[in-house]
Ligand binder design. Structure first.
Ligand SMILES: Cc1ncc(COP(=O)(O)O)c(C=O)c1O
Length: 372
């Protein structure tokens, strides 16, 4: 059972969607398939009623869309770096030729809104800010509300946000939080096989993007977002993944992925209930860690609802992870420099609280043989 911070477990009925016969991507069936996505994606991104923001899907992993997002903004980019994936975003900005300024945040923290405001004011103007809402490497969620409040005062700076291990696990509130471009793969809290990315772009981002030259072809954000609206993907899409995404979005909105006693909930209530399930799983995981004298790696107010990163202290992480694997539970060692110093549990997607209890019981057994 996969409890790593993504990819995560995929329900059998979703896997079955991937086994449907191939369809022509210029066919009526493909148009109908894309049309099944559009009522639900605004709920995932938390768009306001009457929003002018644009949703789209592209057959590429999240990293592709990180790169794509940068093609629609001007030269001066401020990158918030607080972990491995925000570092990747910064490196991409440099590699595509942006003039990059970096806010270096200690791993285990997120950027404080006051610090973001200070750098925007003192070192700006910037064309865009990049950040990762949920650093899968450290289990840090940077609350988007405080960031959005700052961005309201910098209307000429676009906010690009990686939502990879966040969307479908927590509320995004794209418009309210003044986000201009958000992207995610689907193998994390959407609990789908990898292969497509979901994106949302503000009208302000689209205007900026249309002004940029040399946007390339496959990752041109304008081409793929306008293509989605016209139900014409630029290139051959990963139709099995589109089927899986359509089914999962429908199931989330109709409450089918919720715990039994909540399955009557639908629409935004169902999405909210999914987010609350993740919050409860995070709290339970932190409580379990505390019961063994272990602490979360992030400061408490940055703790991610979908990925718990736990400081290992004197625990032999590799042995602990192997002990759990022997019992059928796969969790992750720390990422990069945090290997051996932390371990990570991905309590996201369609995992339920009963399943988490099974995992934690198994972890208790392993720890009984290998005390911290
Ligand atoms: C926060 C974050 N951003 C980006 C990525 C890259 O995603 P992909 O491997 O799908 O390109 C990951 C992958 O784990 C991630 O966790």
């Amino acid at each position: 059972m996969l409890w790593i911070p993504g990819p995560t477990e995929v329900r059998p009925e979703i896997l079955a969607e991937c086994a449907r016969p191939a369809i022509g991507h210029r066919s009526k069936a493909m148009i109908e398939l894309i049309e099944r996505l559009d009522p639900h994606l605004p709920l995932a991104f938390g768009l306001r009623d009457g929003s002018t923001s644009h949703v789209a899907v592209h057959s590429v992993s999240a990293s592709g869309m990180m790169e794509s997002s940068l093609k629609g903004v001007g030269k001066r980019v401020l990158c918030v770096e607080n972990g491995a994936f925000s570092r990747r975003y910064r490196q991409m900005a440099e590699l595509v030729g942006k003039e990059v300024t970096r806010i270096d945040v200690t791993w285990g923290s997120g950027v404080e809104p006051a610090e973001l405001r200070r750098v925007l004011t003192e070192s700006g103007p910037f064309d865009a800010v990049t950040m990762v809402s949920n650093e899968t490497s450290t289990g840090v969620r940077t609350p988007l509300t405080g960031i959005g409040e700052v961005m309201q005062d910098f209307p000429d700076t676009l906010l690009l946000v990686d939502l990879v291990s966040y969307i479908a696990g927590a509320a995004v509130d794209f418009d309210t939080n003044r986000i201009d471009f958000a992207l995610a793969g689907v193998q994390k809290a959407f609990a789908l096989p990898p292969g497509v990315a979901v994106v949302c772009a503000s009208e302000r981002y689209m205007e900026s993007a249309r002004r940029q030259e040399l946007r390339g072809w496959f990752l041109d954000p304008v081409k793929l977002i306008e293509g989605h609206a016209a139900r014409k993907t630029p290139a051959t899409p990963a139709t099995p993944q589109y089927y899986a995404l359509a089914r999962q979005l429908e199931d989330i909105t109709s409450g089918k992925t919720l715990p039994l006693d909540e399955r009557h909930k639908t629409g935004t209530d169902a999405w909210q209930a999914r987010f609350e399930k993740h919050e409860r799983m995070q709290a339970r995981t932190a409580e379990w860690a505390g019961s063994h004298g272990l602490e979360l790696f992030p400061q408490a107010h940055f703790a991610s609802p979908t990925v718990s990163c736990i400081s290992a202290g004197s625990l032999d992480v590799a042995r602990f992870v192997a002990g759990l694997a022997d019992r059928g539970f796969e969790i992750s060692n720390g990422y990069g420099d945090l290997k051996g110093k932390t371990f990570r549990i991905g309590h996201m997607g369609d995992h339920m609280e009963e399943g988490l209890e099974d995992l934690l019981r198994a972890a208790d057994e392993v720890l009984a043989q290998q005390p911290v």
